[in-house]
Design a binder for this molecule. Structure first.
Ligand SMILES: *[C@@H]1O[C@H](CO)[C@@H](O)[C@H](O)[C@H]1NC(C)=O
Length: 322
């Protein structure tokens, strides 16, 4: 009687923990020329904020914030909108071959679920292939203890449409560089790869090592539309993970575009004011080993709710025992 009650108690506590543990969302969003003019449109900002605050980590692309005011305003709006989480951002320098057209990569992330361990601006000086990229990857290493994978590296890329094949192939070199430098296999590559329609011909895919290497898993299915315009259907935006271990830490079939036009009931015109791309996203599994009685988050992160449940349950069971 006594031992079976304790077993039941621990089982119930486990159930509470599993229900409390939620999946972890990684997103990549091309904001299409994000700067002062978008910040001024409050309906556009509202939508952007809602989209970004769905994610634990969100890569923003085409941030063209020349005066350095738009990004801080976006972050302030996210903080005001979602007080449940603390948001931080880490941004690259302005990147691009010409002075008149530059973009930044920005990662917005929840400081309460993920910690930035390291960042690295890929120098793009590989012998024999100097200046392969127009927007060199700004690589980040995150620690996310509540996910099954625990820590991972993100390599962002917004390719130049006319050089897509070349840049995607060069991304493979960046992957090898980062694996060696940071001694990790847990790498995700993500962003607007322009990897479809006129920019990546089928016959060229065999020349792209990021495609042909068997250790790489392309999670966004071919023939998925990541563009907003109803007249286009292209799988430009992608999420690729490296290694079996990372692939198995992903929630099956969770990688997809987020159709914010449908979700927030916007007209096509309203949606296009926000961006011509949908964000793409993937869920990482929560760390289930932490549901055990002795291990992990039960002890490390006592919430009032869990304590309350624990109190009620133990009260109830010890009354049953007596
Ligand atoms: C395409 O790549 C080549 C070689 O790296 C570069 O010289 C050229 O400027 C690139 N084109 C664009 C539009 O960036």
């Amino acid at each position: 009687m006594k031992s079976s009650s304790l077993l039941l108690l621990s089982f119930l506590m486990g159930v509470c923990e599993v229900q409390g543990a939620s999946d972890f969302r990684v997103c990549a969003f091309n904001l299409q020329h994000f700067g002062d003019s978008k910040v001024k449109k409050s309906n556009v900002m509202q939508t952007l904020v809602k989209i970004i605050a769905r994610c634990d980590v969100c890569l923003l692309q085409e941030v063209r914030d020349n005066k350095g005011r738009a990004l801080p305003q976006l972050l302030e709006s996210i903080d005001r909108y979602d007080t449940q989480h603390q948001y931080k951002a880490v941004a690259s320098e302005r990147l691009g071959r010409s002075d008149s057209y530059q973009e930044q990569y920005v990662f917005v992330y929840r400081a309460d679920t993920v910690t930035l361990i390291d960042k690295y601006q890929y120098p793009d000086d590989r012998p024999g292939d100097v200046d392969a990229f127009s927007r060199e990857p700004f690589v980040v290493h995150f620690k996310a203890p509540r996910t099954a994978i625990k820590d991972f590296v993100l390599i962002p890329q917004h390719t130049t449409p006319t050089n897509t094949t070349k840049e995607l192939d060069a991304l493979y070199d960046v992957l090898q560089h980062m694996r060696k430098m940071w001694k990790t296999e847990n790498v995700m590559l993500l962003g607007d790869f322009n990897a479809d329609c006129g920019y990546l011909a089928k016959k060229n895919k065999k020349n792209v090592r990021l495609y042909t290497d068997k250790d790489l898993f392309w999670l966004i299915q071919e023939n998925t539309d990541t563009t907003v315009r109803s007249t286009t259907s292209c799988t430009y935006d992608r999420i690729v993970v490296h290694g079996e271990r990372f692939a198995s830490a992903v929630v099956p079939s969770s990688a997809k575009p987020f159709n914010f036009q449908l979700e927030y009931e916007l007209t096509e015109e309203q949606a296009l004011e926000v961006s011509d791309h949908y964000p793409v996203e993937v869920l990482l599994k929560a760390d289930m080993s932490r549901s055990s009685l002795n291990g992990g988050s039960w002890n490390q992160k006592p919430s009032l709710f869990k304590f309350f449940v624990w109190f009620i349950l133990s009260h109830h069971f010890f009354r049953m025992l007596s």
